[in-house]
Design a protein around this ligand. Structure first.
Ligand code: RFL
Ligand code: PHB
Length: 395
């Protein structure tokens, strides 16, 4: 098999990259180790930045998103049982975020790629990458894998490692090339998907003595809620009634407000970490999305950052194929990392402000409350949150 760009991973990064390359007339093949059904049902992110929404719409894959997505012009911060709205439209000149599940984005992109005759292969096994270090200029990069038990090789000009945090691309780089920067948080999130209409039109981020809670949603009928929990929390310790009880306590408000409960459709625990590798490229291999960096979910940035990376990569590859110049490709990592670090900062800051840390004391609790008070009483501070939340300008 032969293609121009071999893409490993059919998550948001891999599929958006394949779609953008197609629009530039560049051929790619996407290899995914899970089944199509699995990736299209995996419950993950839900908040799309304005720039992500604009990109999907402008490139012809935003039709269902436009119809079904919920446009939010603000979020609520709740602490001391009071609710404070951050008005994005006012603070950012009319920008918003859109609530639309990640697996719906993945579904729309997969459909678009296949309808355009694109190659997306699911359930491939034993993926490995070769000859990507550029040392041997006569042999091209190759991806080896198995499909239905048969060993195959895909020869390409470039490999895009879009295979997420647990993928094989990042660990395939020779030792000593990558520098890792990370922080693991001493807590996780217990998330539920519930058949309950969201009790608020917009998201509520709640800071409470017992820990953080978040009210989000997927549709006017389906709620998505999270609780701060121990990083190794056993979900078996959390029967549905106990989850709702804890959500009721942490989300409680002074004003007349009620958290509507309903059957829990799905639940799980996620650990939280901040993680970056530098550089995000080596020879003809380019890492994008979670393969190169992870953010804690508090800022709702992971998917959006993955899309920002591949937009830069697609532009660099398009420039190479049309002019033969490699300067944008050489600058890929540096260009991406400027945004990556700003988003890391924002996600770390939101996480630090809103969670209870075991090793912190009453001073830190007062400091967190003061930060929230400042944020909700100073236009300058609120504007900083708003411009980061709706998404920093693209390069
Ligand atoms: P993905 O989505 O992990 O996709 C990688 C794909 O590669 C496949 N793969 C392989 N394929 C072939 N061969 C191999 N050896 C392979 N190894 C792996 C995997 O099966 C997978 O299909 O990475 P990508 O594309 O970089 O996208 C990143 C996002 O998925 C991630 O950042 C977000 O989900 C993070 N995130 C959120 N991001 C947001 O922007 N907004 C949010 O509201 C938000 N909420 C969240 C989140 C992540 C969460 N969890 C569960 C981690 C909420 C949660 C709870
Ligand atoms: C979600 O709806 O899954 C969600 C919303 C906001 C976040 C993280 C996750 O910060």
């Amino acid at each position: 098999m032969r293609t121009q760009v071999g893409i490993i991973g059919a998550g948001p990064a891999g599929l958006v990259l394949s779609h953008l390359l197609h629009l530039h007339g560049i051929e790619s093949v996407v290899l995914e180790n899970r089944s199509r059904q699995y990736v299209q049902e995996r419950v993950r992110a839900g908040v799309l930045e304005q720039g992500t929404v604009d990109l999907l719409k402008e490139t012809g894959v935003g039709e269902r998103l436009q119809r079904e997505g919920l446009v939010h012009y603000g979020v609520n911060l709740r602490f001391g049982r009071r609710t404070h709205r951050i008005d994005f439209a006012d603070l950012t000149g009319g920008k918003a975020v859109t609530i639309y599940a990640q697996h719906e984005v993945v579904k729309d992109l997969t459909d678009a790629r296949l309808a355009a005759g694109g190659q997306v292969h699911f359930e491939v096994a034993d993926t490995s990458i070769h000859n990507f270090d550029n040392s041997n200029r006569t042999s091209k990069p190759a991806i080896r894998f198995r499909k239905d038990g048969e060993p195959l090789e895909l020869v390409c000009d470039f490999v895009a490692g879009c295979d997420g945090y647990h993928g094989i691309c990042r660990p395939s780089l020779p030792e000593g090339i990558l520098t890792t920067f990370d922080r693991v948080y001493p807590f996780g999130w217990l998330g539920i998907l519930a058949e309950a209409p969201p009790s608020s039109e917009e998201l509520i981020y709640a800071y409470h003595e017992r820990g953080f809670a978040l009210l989000s949603m997927r549709s006017p009928h389906i709620g998505r809620l999270y609780l701060q929990c121990r990083p190794d929390e056993d979900i078996l310790n959390w029967p549905d009634a106990k989850i709702w009880q804890e959500l009721q306590v942490r989300l409680a408000a002074e004003e007349k407000w009620k958290l509507v409960e309903g059957p829990v459709l799905q639940k799980g625990v996620t650990g939280m970490r901040s993680f970056v590798v530098e550089p995000m490229q080596y020879g003809n291999l380019f890492l994008a999305g979670d393969a190169a960096h992870i953010v804690p979910p508090t800022g709702a940035k992971g998917l959006n950052l993955a899309v920002a990376d591949v937009r830069i990569l697609a532009r660099a590859l398009a420039d190479f194929y049309s002019t033969g110049r490699r300067d944008l490709l050489h600058a890929y990592s540096e260009t991406c990392l400027r945004r990556v670090w700003k988003v890391q900062r924002f996600s770390w800051w939101m996480t630090s402000m809103l969670h209870r840390f075991d090793n912190e004391n009453a001073f830190d609790h007062r400091r967190q409350l003061a930060e929230l008070d400042y944020l909700t009483s100073s236009r300058a501070a609120a504007q900083s949150l708003a411009e980061n939340y709706v998404g920093l300008p693209l390069e």
